[in-house]
Design a protein around this ligand. Sequence first.
Ligand code: FAD
Ligand code: NAD
Length: 474
Amino acid sequence: MVVGDIATGTDVLVIGAGPGGYVAAIRAAQLDLDVTLVEKEAYGGTCLNHGCIPSKALVSATDVAHEAREAEHMGVHADPAIDMAGMTAWKDEVVDQLTTGVERLCKGNGVNLVEGTAEFADENTARVAHGGEGQGSESIEFEHAVVATGSRPVELPALPFDGERILSSRHALALESVPDSLLVVGAGYIGMELATVFAKAGSDVTVVEALDQALPMYEADVTRVVTQRAKSHGVDFHFEEAAADWEEREDGVTVVTEGEDGTVSEYDATKALVAVGREPVTDTVDLDAAGVETDADGFVPTDDRARTNVDHIFAVGDVAGEPMLAHEGMKAGEVAAEVIAGEPAALDQQAIPAAVFTDPEIGTVGLTEAEAEEAGFEPVVGEMPLRASGRALTHDDTDGFVRIVADEADGFVLGAQIVSPDASELIAEVGLAIEMGATLEDLVATVHTHPTLSEAVMEAAAAALGQAIHTLNR
Ligand code: FAD
Ligand code: NAD
């Protein structure tokens, strides 16, 4: 211990107060454990401060403007103006409300909150350097620890972030004015969501993507709908081009890309957003001192009980690897807390949904048809196109479909791919079906409210059985 240290002890030390960490801390406290949660920056982590919540706030706000602008054929005439500073201020209020809520929930559940950076000293002790000069430090002895230090944007060596011209998603979500033009590098989750936001806000958006389609982790017919819609908003796509260099211009940047065949292209823009993935944050915490191992990509491997190679040290959320989604981190946080409390908890990765908040949205859960075949099933597939949905027509939004994948032999629902407005909400029904071992017949037998988009889930299940009413059975 160094001079000035305070020494304390705790049952469970949680490092990082993002979705993985704060949920682990609250759940552990609910289970009567003494819990200390250390956060170095802001309660709620990336998700609440610089990720899920601010991005979805901007998605909603720019949707309002866009829909109002495009509604003349519905008899609505409006000419909305975007005040980006006002939008950002509203978004910050939403963030504040939620981060304050997380702090309150932690305190209300009896979690000890410590502001500072925690670093392992050995496998049962961490040192916390408190934030701010002269704030001192403390040593915390722990029985169990949960590493929930999250992730940060990958920086391309050729295009380092400067916050002015070369932006990370964090910079882009804090802009006070709409850039005249925006070059987005990477058509993944962040690239596609923010390309849509800024196109709707009035920016001239160009996207360059190294692979041959947007959102390459999804099936081609899923992403085609979203890519086409983005094009209709004015987004210009260039596939099979990797960002390789950039130059400063007086009023912005020139980004240089290289195609697989060596073709070089140049794009001018006011700003460039680089969204090429996220990497784990482990350099803040000295995992070596506790003997915690990482894999070749720097993530902390864990078992289905969220345990690292060190029995009493757990890792949850982005630092533990794919899928890097807030709800996965929250579930892993709960599991870690329950395992620490001696409960028989484990992670069931099969039914973890994912959503992309593009226009329209994408929602998926479980297996695709190809994955089901690969896993040894004989899948049966049913689809309901949105153009046959009454509610989609009244939303004036009919591009997309609901697809259900099931096991032909017994009808068990295996997965779904949904492209539609509110697909992020619709996918929950299929997640529940998979968790509960529901069959296609169960989905069809469930009465769905009319007129809703959720009827399309029922209709897709009916189509898989050859019993669709609102589309022709093949
Ligand atoms: P984080 O949220 O990254 O939290 C980690 C915390 O640990 C941070 O607060 C950090 O300050 C703290 N920390 C790090 N080291 C230390 C230390 N040594 N001591 C103390 N504290 C430390 N996911 C979704 O599911 N849905 C979405 O819509 C979505 N949208 C996103 C949009 C954007 C723009 C981005 C960037 C991400 C988005 N994500 C989304 C991903 C989501 O944000 C992450 O999956 C989630 O935040 C991971 O939670 P976590 O707890 O693992 O880590
Ligand atoms: P991503 O992995 O989703 O996409 C990165 C894209 O960049 C890929 O398509 C890749 O081919 C491309 N790429 C890589 N290098 C390139 C280069 N030099 N030039 C051009 N293209 C290049 O990564 P992201 O968009 O940064 O998001 C990071 C993570 O954050 C996601 O994987 C996800 O886990 C999480 N996230 C989730 C949501 C959500 O749940 N709705 C939203 C945002 C972020």
